[in-house]
Design a protein. Structure first.
Length: 231
C-alpha cells in the first residue's frame, strides 16, 4: 500500500507558535519533523513521545550555516510537502538611533538572514507541489506602518519579506508555493500578555491558509484568516 501521508518540516518548533503548528499538522494526520536549538528537553519532545513515531525531533541552530548544511544532509532522502520556518526575536521598543550595532546585527541575522538561508538551502527537499513558508508579521508591512515603534523588529520583518521576494524572483519558474504568514497578534513571549489571540486561536487559521494555497505557485503575504497583507 502506498503511504500517502504528507511530511512537514517545522523549524524552531519547540514552543508557542512553532509547537502549535507542529501539533496542528499532527492532528491533521501529517508526519512532522520539528527542530530545537539545543539538547534541552522541550514540549516538542513530549509531543514526539505521544506521536507514535509521527514526529521526529532534529537539532538545528539556524543562525549557524554548518548546522543548516548538516540538517540538509541528514534529510537528503526525505521529501517535504511543507517547509515552514518560525523565527523571531525582539530586543525591546528602542528608537533606531539608540539600538546598539551588535543588537541590530543579532535581530537581523535571526529574523531575516537565517530564515531565508534555511529556505535557500533546504528548498531542494520540498516537493514541486509543496509549500515553503516563513512566519512574518503585519509589522513587516511598510504600507501599514502608520504609527511607528518597534523600529528594529519592523525593519527585520520587512527585510525578511524583501529577501523572500528576491527568492521568488530568482526562482520565478518554480512551482512551489511561497508564503509569508502573519499569525496575528498572539499571546506569546514576543507578543505579550495583552495580545488579541491565543496560539490555539491563531494556528488553525495559519494552517488552513497554508493548505488552501499549497500548490499555487508564487509568493503570497497572508494573515491567519487568509487575507492579503499589504506590503
Amino acid at each position: 500500500m502506498t503511504d500517502t501521508r504528507k511530511t512537514a518540516l517545522v523549524v524552531r518548533a519547540s514552543r508557542t507558535l512553532g509547537l502549535g503548528l507542529t501539533a496542528e499538522y499532527l492532528r491533521r494526520g501529517w508526519d512532522v519533523i520539528g527542530t530545537v536549538r539545543d539538547t534541552r528537553r522541550t514540549g516538542l519532545h513530549d509531543l514526539a513521545e505521544a506521536s507514535r513515531g509521527r514526529l521526529t525531533v532534529e537539532s538545528l541552530e539556524m543562525t549557524d550555516p554548518e548546522q543548516i548544511s548538516a540538517l540538509r544532509d541528514r534529510l537528503a532522502e526525505r521529501t517535504l510537502d511543507l517547509l515552514f520556518v518560525n523565527a523571531a526575536i525582539t530586543r525591546g521598543d528602542i528608537p533606531i538611533g539608540e539600538v546598539p550595532t551588535d543588537v541590530f546585527t543579532e535581530v537581523m541575522v535571526t529574523n531575516a538572514l537565517s530564515p531565508t538561508r534555511v529556505v535557500e538551502w533546504l528548498r531542494p527537499l520540498v516537493a514541486p507541489t509543496g509549500a515553503i513558508g516563513v512566519m512574518s508579521s503585519d509589522q513587516g508591512s511598510i504600507a501599514l506602518n502608520t504609527e511607528g515603534g518597534q523600529d528594529l523588529y519592523r525593519a527585520s520583518k520587512s527585510a525578511l519579506n524583501q529577501l523572500m521576494r528576491c527568492h521568488a524572483a530568482r526562482y520565478a519558474a518554480d512551482t512551489r508555493t511561497l508564503l509569508l504568514m502573519d499569525p496575528g497578534w498572539v499571546r506569546t513571549e514576543l507578543g505579550g500578555p495583552d495580545a488579541d489571540l491565543s496560539v490555539e486561536e491563531s494556528i488553525p487559521g495559519v494552517v488552513e491558509t497554508i493548505e488552501h494555497h499549497r500548490g499555487k505557485p508564487g509568493l503570497h503575504f497572508l494573515d491567519y484568516q487568509g487575507q492579503v497583507v499589504p506590503r
